[in-house]
Design a protein around this ligand. Structure first.
Ligand SMILES: Cc1cc2nc3c(=O)[nH]c(=O)nc-3n(C[C@H](O)[C@H](O)[C@H](O)COP(=O)(O)OP(=O)(O)OC[C@H]3O[C@@H](n4cnc5c(N)ncnc54)[C@H](O)[C@@H]3O)c2cc1C
Length: 501
């Protein structure tokens, strides 16, 4: 077996899609005996949707989800401010709301179409380095020997712990009740709203489909019990009346959970031929809906690197950058989410009043709304610090996400994909734009005239020669004016078992 993926959550399933798109054999094992019905994460951000688009699943997600357009800050039944998102520039510029269970169902169907079935009821109990790669010992007493192992097995990762990757984690001290409930609300709150009372936040987010079903998220950290009782319909009605929109009727209640938030980051993402990704590598509170999205992007980053090495014989040095790039992103996200958590959790009346005033100002400021929308979208994720970003200029730099722009009868993003590197050549002499496809690499020639929007987006003047190498994960690896440099960079990404370029 080339690659064994432990865990059939969003991270493991996306890793399987990237590997199979590259023809890399893999297995996905999952300790649960069947799909989870719990909704958990609700939001797919723009960057994840771009990645999922390359994997052929974004349109289906867009069909069954709804687009979140903003969030209200409420006091009782009065709206204090409305934070309307300003969609950033992307083919998928929104937050797409669907329950994690629904996303996993879609991902599993696509993985299955690639010939890989999730192996339910298959628990890894220990992973250890072996003579021919990694030995994964399973709960039924058998052992799977694999060349590479991806631990996408969530916050309590057995892969991580058994292989000895340190994972320091702390409680943030907050506990939340979660519930999916049908509510009859006394007031129109849009699709998402938050009450920032003296006991901490209470949030409501509409679920897709039936407009009366909401995800309820209530801070109950002030409750002294260590063993909180499970949420009941009566408790929910009381908490909503005390802290949220008075007069709400709880019509029915589905999934509930008690959630104690923790923050943790693995010391390393790799140990020999074992990698960890998603919640196995990082955990933090769900403010801003970033966690699951980070896992999807980890899977993409790791998946294309591993595919290049396994399927196309790329230099194994390519794998080192996975941790270098993705751990820094997780660190920054944790900092940001923790800052939001502290703001939402304020108890002091003066501090709360100052926060509410700032939120009101933010709601009225286009700049603040644009910044918040862009930050949530994860489109600004850059690996500048990990790649050589010395190439300056007005356009995107190495490490940045390659922006989209119209090209020929379509867009540039339509030409990117998880199974190839795309070389975009702004040519000062080509009379005709064209796309040359070969295994593992596309070359896109942009003619000397026309394509103003594409040139403007990439900061390339007419008459200027510029080569931009876009990796399978949609990030720029190199930008420069010399074909000879391109020829030295491409083999590392594309490997030596490719077709001619
Ligand atoms: C209540 C709640 C609400 C959340 N809300 C949001 C949100 O709004 N937005 C957001 O982005 N994130 C949210 N998150 C976080 C999000 O759910 C996680 O970030 C996401 O599930 C991580 O995906 P993953 O695939 O890395 O791990 P998981 O989804 O945890 O998947 C890991 C899988 O591995 C399996 N597994 C574990 N151990 C083994 C083993 N030894 N052998 C075999 N299989 C194993 C598990 O059964 C599981 O299926 C929320 C989380 C919770 C709990």
């Amino acid at each position: 077996m080339s690659v064994l993926i432990c865990g059939a959550g969003p991270t493991g399933l996306v890793a399987a899609l990237v590997l199979t798109a590259n023809g890399v054999p893999c297995r996905v094992i999952e300790k649960h005996t069947g799909p989870s019905a719990s909704s958990r994460a609700l939001g797919l951000q723009a960057r994840s949707m771009e990645i999922l688009s390359g994997l052929g699943v974004a349109d289906e997600i867009a069909r069954v989800s709804y687009r979140l357009t903003g969030a209200a800050i409420m006091r009782g039944t009065k709206k204090l401010t409305q934070m309307d998102w300003i969609p950033p520039s992307s083919p998928y510029p929104h937050t797409y709301v669907l329950p994690q269970s629904g996303l996993e169902r879609i991902l599993r169907t696509h993985v299955s179409q690639q010939g890989v079935e999730v192996e339910w009821g298959t628990e890894l109990v220990e992973a250890e380095h072996g003579g021919s790669g990694v030995d994964a010992h399973l709960a039924d007493g058998s052992t799977v020997t694999t060349q590479w192992l991806i631990g996408a097995d969530g916050a309590r990762s057995r892969v991580r712990d058994s292989i000895g990757i340190p994972f320091h984690q702390d409680s943030t001290g907050e506990t939340y009740y979660l519930a999916d409930a049908a509510l009859d609300l006394p007031v129109d709150i849009g699709d998402s709203a938050m009450w920032l009372g003296p006991q901490g936040p209470l949030m409501l987010m509409r679920m897709p489909g039936d407009s009366r079903t909401w995800r309820v998220f209530i801070d109950v950290s002030d409750r002294s019990e260590t063993d909180l009782p499970p949420m009941t319909q009566e408790m929910l009605a009381r908490l909503l009346t005390e802290r949220g929109p008075q007069g709400t009727e709880v019509v029915s209640m589905g999934w509930t959970s008690i959630f104690r938030t923790r923050i943790g980051l693995a010391a390393r993402y790799r140990d020999g031929n074992v990698f960890i990704a998603g919640d196995a590598a990082h955990i933090f509170p769900p403010f801003g809906g970033q966690g699951m999205n980070l896992g999807i992007q980890d899977a993409m980053n790791l998946g294309w690197r591993l595919s290049s090495v396994v399927a196309r014989g790329s230099d194994a040095r390519l794998l080192a950058a996975y941790e270098k790039e993705r751990r820094v992103v997780a660190e920054a996200t944790i900092r940001d989410v923790n800052a939001r958590r502290k703001v939402f959790a304020l108890r002091n009346p003066l501090a709360r009043a100052a926060r509410d005033a700032l939120l009101r100002i933010g709601g009225r400021s286009e700049r603040a709304r644009r910044r918040a929308s862009l930050q949530n979208s994860q489109l600004q994720t850059t690996y500048r610090d990990a790649v050589d970003h010395s190439a300056g200029g007005p356009g995107p730099r190495p490490g940045d996400r390659a922006p989209d722009a119209p090209f020929l009868n379509s867009t540039l993003h339509q030409l990117l994909g998880p199974d190839h590197v795309t070389l975009v050549h702004f040519s000062p002499s080509a009379s005709r734009s064209r796309v040359d496809r070969s295994a593992g690499a596309y070359e896109v020639t942009v003619a000397s005239e026309g394509h103003e929007k594409l040139r403007e987006t990439y900061g390339v003047n007419t008459g200027q020669e510029c080569f931009v190498i876009v990796r399978p994960d949609g990030h720029i690896e190199h930008r420069g004016s010399q074909r000879s440099t391109v020829e030295s960079v491409m083999p590392l990404l594309v490997g030596n078992r490719k077709g001619s370029m």
